[in-house]
Write a protein that binds this ligand. Structure first.
Ligand code: AP5
Ligand code: MG
Ligand code: ZN
Length: 214
């Protein structure tokens, strides 16, 4: 099962992608997580990506396309994967399709997690993330057992640099301009499905499972 998560920043793509990956035993591939890991490790890719990410801008397509195309060719992706945060532009989507077409392959579902802009800023300021294992929490909706400490791996949680309210506004603008057109793109391909991302995260997940098991 090859799945793409679509939705605004903070819609819950990462939260749902992790649950899908666990249930269906397929890799969760988050380009945002890959960039953050590279920033943390001080790689050249991380340094390049950070200048864009901190401003709420997209990283240039050429820095992300090959990375994902190479990743989905690896053995653990043979039974599928869930892409989170990629594609984010029409050229990225076209590059992915072209790469899959070489193996007569296509995406099965593009899941659009719908959340209105008003809800987003509120969610983001409460988000806490674990850079060590990729887990995501929310100080109100999804709290950790010990404040500031990851339940899963025990490392310290961070507030992402790009979750400041003004940067979130910028990311929303970039989303509407560059990423929202993908909704039409995947509608035309016949694989777009939509879920209401304002529901509780477990309800959103059960809506997704219903769709995937049809
Ligand atoms: P990325 O890391 O992908 O960020 P994003 O798309 O802005 O999405 P987020 O991770 O902020 O939100 P999410 O939808 O995953 O929500 P989450 O589940 O965490 O990208 C970061 C940056 O990297 C980009 O801005 C760009 O610069 C660069 N980049 C990445 N990929 C790129 C690409 N392909 N091309 C170019 N540049 C790229 O949930 C949010 C919060 O809400 C959490 O606190 C969560 O606990 C909580 N929550 C989740 N679900 C619910 C719910 N149902 N109810 C209440 N709270 C909930
Ligand atoms: Mg995410
Ligand atoms: Zn952790």
């Amino acid at each position: 099962m090859k799945i793409i998560m679509l939705g605004a920043p903070g819609a819950g793509k990462g939260t749902q992608a992790k649950m899908i990956a666990d249930k269906y035993q397929i890799p969760h591939i988050s380009t945002g997580d890959i960039f953050r890991a590279n920033i943390k490790n001080g790689t050249e890719l991380g340094q390049k990506a950070k200048t864009y990410m901190d401003q709420g801008l997209l990283v240039p397509d050429e820095l992300v396309v090959d990375l994902v195309v190479d990743r989905v060719k690896q053995d653990d992706c043979a039974n599928g994967y869930v892409l989170d945060g990629f594609p984010r532009t029409i050229p990225q989507a076209e590059s992915l399709d072209a790469a899959l077409a070489k193996f007569e392959d296509t995406i099965d579902y593009a899941i659009n997690v719908e959340v209105p802009d008003e809800n987003i800023v509120r969610r983001m300021s409460g988000r806490r993330a674990c850079v060590a294992c990729g887990a995501t929490y929310h100080i109100v909706h999804i709290p950790t057992k010990v404040e500031g400490i990851c339940d899963r791996c025990g490392k310290e949680l961070i507030l992402r640099d790009d979750d400041k309210p003004e940067t979130v506004q910028k990311r929303l603008g970039v989303y509407h301009e560059q990423t929202q057109p993908l909704i039409d793109y995947y509608t035309n391909k016949g694989c777009l499905v939509e879920v209401d991302g304002t529901k509780d995260m477990n309800e959103v997940f059960s809506d997704i499972v219903d769709i995937l098991s049809k």
